[in-house]
Write a protein that binds this ligand. Structure first.
Ligand code: ADP
Ligand code: MG
Length: 363
């Protein structure tokens, strides 16, 4: 029996998702466990994992070899826990007796910069630059009057800042949880001091795209793509995320709502519908394949796409460990598919490996 290990930085992370997966594992003849990188003993390479007990719903301690397949759901932060886990995971990626369903992507700058170099994808990527100096921010602002700063290692909208150059001051707008905060700088010196503090972390800069709808709710489209059993990419879910009225962020960690893609789609002008479908098709047919080649193998991707006020379609963000919250909220009937796809992929990799092994060796 093959083993699939759900790996996260804590044993509680995505508890519901892990339990839903665990319930379905026997249908695929797969043994399912969860573990953290710290559960691997460096001496024996044995893993103190948790196995799900179906009738009690409890997770029981078990000791196993490193699983045959790993579903990596580690989300790194700036904490020491994350720092310690990273080298273990990098080591695991190279360990010959296990296979990751998908490798993660590097930071936003690396990914967006690569996508910018691809002529088919470049038209959908907002101009993105890596910021190392205050002067870069100021000269961009002088030219464009508005811009977005976001952390190269950010997620969930954390650390996203809108900068606006007014006649008498510069304002910085960002969210702390639900609350939108604004800071005003009446002179360049105070703005420079603040920017220097921000730039202690790695940041990227993009033009500010107006993604607010008619009622001034910021919106974006989350597209969840996964590789199926035979390794082809499929769009498995779409949802439109809506942030707070007059807010900056459309994503759920900023506390937003999710709407059915089709309902929203029917409300936009016919002309825009055609362009949107065409552009979404181009993006979904190119981005996963390109990233797979650059950084793969990948298993799933969450693409954040937005329709700006001027009618243009942009790819704002790409997540290699996407959440399922917004998709499940609008399409609960997709739960079964989403909770079985990791097993199907696992079996797909397993059988293609066996087929390869069965081929006669070249002489
Ligand atoms: N260039 C931009 N213009 C306007 N809004 C943006 C821009 N970039 C990001 N946002 C807003 O910030 C949110 C979070 O940004 P994103 O790039 O998806 O980073 P993450 O989700 O990793 O924090 C987006 O969902 C969108 O609402
Ligand atoms: Mg995002």
């Amino acid at each position: 029996m093959i083993t699939l290990g759900f790996m996260s930085l804590s044993r509680q992370h995505e508890e519901d998702y892990a339990a839903e997966l665990a319930k379905r594992a026997p249908d695929f003849g797969i043994r399912f466990v969860r573990f953290t990188p710290f559960d691997i003993s460096p001496d024996t390479l044995r893993v103190k994992a948790l196995a799900h007990h179906p009738s009690s719903g409890k997770w029981n301690e078990t000791e196993i070899n490193i699983p045959d397949f790993i579903y990596d759901r580690c989300f790194y932060g700036k904490d020491s826990h994350s720092h310690k886990a990273k080298p273990i995971v990098e080591w695991l990626k190279k360990y010959p007796k296990t296979e990751f369903l998908g490798f993660g992507l590097p930071d936003k700058w690396a990914v967006l910069n690569d996508l910018q170099q691809n002529p088919l994808i470049n038209p959908y990527i907002p101009e993105t630059i890596q910021i190392t100096k205050y002067e870069q921010i100021y000269s961009f602002l002088l030219k464009e009057k508005t811009c977005i700063l976001k952390p190269a290692f950010g997620s969930g909208g954390r650390g996203v800042i809108l900068l606006e150059l007014g006649k008498k001051s510069i304002t910085a707008t960002y969210h702390i949880g639900k609350n939108k905060q604004t800071k005003s700088f009446s002179n360049q010196v105070s703005f420079k001091t603040w920017c220097k503090k921000v730039l202690q972390h790695r940041y990227i800069l993009q033009p500010y795209l107006n993604i607010q709808d008619k009622e001034r709710y910021p919106r974006d489209i989350r597209i969840l793509m996964q590789k199926n059993e035979s390794g082809s990419w499929e769009t498995v879910g779409k949802a439109v995320r809506r942030g707070y009225q007059n807010g900056l962020l459309a994503n759920l960690s900023g506390g937003s709502d999710a709407l059915k893609f089709d309902t929203w789609f029917q409300e936009i002008p016919k002309k825009q519908q055609v362009i949107l479908l065409d552009d979404v098709f181009s993006i979904t047919q190119s981005v996963p394949y390109f990233l797979d080649e650059q950084y793969g193998p990948l298993f799933e991707l969450g693409l954040d796409i937005c329709l700006a006020k001027d009618g243009r379609i942009w790819l704002l963000d790409i997540n290699s460990k996407p959440g399922r919250k917004s998709i499940l909220k609008v399409s609960p009937e997709q739960k079964e598919q989403l909770c079985t796809s990791p097993f199907k992929r696992c079996l797909g990799i397993h059988s293609s490996r066996e087929q390869k092994g069965a081929l006669p060796h070249e002489s």
